[in-house]
Ligand binder design. Sequence first.
Ligand code: CUA
Length: 440
Amino acid sequence: MTATIRPRRRLHAALTAALALALAGCSADKYPNTIFERTTEFNREVLSIFHSLFFWSALVFVLVEVALVWVIWRYRQREGAPAPKHVHGNTTLEIAWTLIPAVILIVIAVPTVRAIFRTQAKAVPGALQVQVIGHQWWWEFKYPQYGITTANELYLPIGRTVNFELRTADVLHSFWIPRLGGKRDLIANHTNYLWFTPDSVDVNAFNGSCNEYCGASHANMRFRAFTVTPAQFEEWTIHQKSPAVFGAAPAAPATTAPVTAATTQGAAQATAQGKPQATTAATTPATAPATTPAGAPVTAASYTGFTADKLPAYTVPTMPIPDGISFTPGLTGDAARGQQVYSRSACIGCHTIAGNPMSQGIIGPNLTHFGSRLTIGAGLYSNDEQHLALWIKNARVMKPGVIMPTLGKGEFDPVLGTTLKSGLSDQEIADIVAYLHALK
Ligand code: CUA
């Protein structure tokens, strides 16, 4: 017996080693969206099925090819050789080649069905609940246990199971963070679930995307997922739950603060726009420097989220600015003025900013802590002054098909096919940028 088992074990080991070697080429450094990682139980489950399937398919392939080549060689045409014997109607052979595939199918089916039941089971009680709502073309994330609504940037505590409740506000979408797990569809009138535990990750950032065609900007429906320490996550939730720091309703006579806030922001953005940091994951918990606007009542310890300097290069947007759109260079915005312009513009019809009673819209992303987000337009551009100004000026040029209207005076709206006779001036847009960036 051992004589037959040993070669099989050796073959198994050799194939696994070859596979491991091949997959090493798919490492996260070179391929930041690789699925060959063991970061969650979901990924591990899928990967183990993949490995076992790969082993069995490789084995079948090798055996069949060897048999084929042997038959071709053995029964090749030779002078004087008799014609090979025909074996049609050989019952033993026919039973064998019916049974073998059946056994192979069972070998594949058992772990697959088991994995389906495991991953489709209800998440453990006490899991972090995250409602994911797909919109054309952005992601709304709600944390009902914490009363938080945010967009396009997902924070997940390391080691805690997260249960995603997947829904859509319009058409079909599909949620996927390749290195953590997924993908699962967001379907109209039906809630899908997906859960996993990011238990084998460091503090890191991952790319997420929509994977079901959903219209013109399907490819521009991206998001980022951040795995943070449980302590950072708690601080993040406390920060997110609070109203926007700048210009919150009963704000004291803060007329000088906004300008300083805007300038600080500008400087921070300038550094952020420099060379992206090394791709290595930040292994130490990022003790975030509290980038509070001047005099803002945020404690020094509070973690407001990932900072641009901690972003791995593969999560930094590289989308070029489309042709035909520009912004007056050198304009300095005023956050207090920006708040006034914002609060009397179309913006408030679609966006909510907790702390700004005028801004209660729910069509677009919640902007309460917009200043601490790293990207805009659903992960499409960096959240810096230039990109944000262009976005406000003409979002429909920056991202095809978006619902957000063209707002810049004199701009051509590609959806309506008209040029705006009235609208926001570049100075007004710069002011709104300063205001939004002050919303840490
Ligand atoms: Cu949403 Cu594709």
